[in-house]
Write a protein that binds this ligand. Structure first.
Ligand code: URA
Length: 196
């Protein structure tokens, strides 16, 4: 078994064993924790917010309506979904899909940090403002944080434990479900991932 696979399995086991909070809600509802999926050797990592209903039922990230949009965006740049790595900051579904609390981000983010260290992506595409805020702070870009309406589609040089990472903030695909113009913006912003 590869070292990366072993490390990812260890992270999964630790998340599954969490007690209380969102993990308790997961266990009560027979839901799954959603760790992430895709290639452990990917150059690009997509980071969303937290699992929704479909994700918690299946254990797979971005497999509902927002996932369909993400799939079509990946297709638009000719990147097969299985070749990238897709995950979230928070690994358990917040009730009624409410925003994650700061304490929940604090609890789950160290697992995300470890996933980043395993995969060592060259590019991190953040989906939505929670992910943008967390990743920019984590990778030494606090001073460059702007609103997502200004930052989307730009590229920032962040610093990870293993070297430089390009951070590309993107709108969350869920925001584009009923908003065609935002979907067009996302499609345009995705182009940067071809060259980032
Ligand atoms: N929204 C997210 O942020 N992540 C998912 O996995 C699904 C919807």
């Amino acid at each position: 078994m590869s070292d990366k696979f072993e490390k990812m399995k260890q992270i999964r086991d630790e998340v599954i064993a969490i007690d209380g909070g969102l993990a308790e809600y997961r266990k009560k509802n027979n839901n799954h924790a959603v760790l992430g999926e895709g290639s452990h050797d990917s150059k690009i990592m997509f980071i969303g917010e937290a699992p929704g209903k479909n994700e918690a039922l299946t254990g797979r990230p971005f497999c509902g309506a927002a996932g369909k949009i993400l799939d079509s965006l990946l297709e638009s740049i000719g990147v097969p979904r299985k070749e990238v790595y897709i995950t979230n900051i928070v690994k358990d579904r917040p009730p009624e899909n409410r925003d994650p609390l700061p304490s929940e981000i604090e609890l789950y983010a160290p697992f995300l940090d470890r996933q980043i260290d395993v995969i060592q992506p060259k590019v991190i595409a953040t989906l939505g403002r929670f992910s943008m805020d967390y990743i920019m702070r984590r990778l030494g870009l606090s001073l460059e944080i702007e609103t997502i309406s200004r930052a989307h589609g730009k590229s920032y040089d962040g610093t990870a434990s293993y070297g430089t990472v390009k951070v590309v903030p993107l709108y969350h695909p869920a925001a584009a479900i009923y908003n065609q113009s935002l979907k067009e913006t996302l499609k345009k912003d995705f182009q940067i991932l071809r060259t980032a």
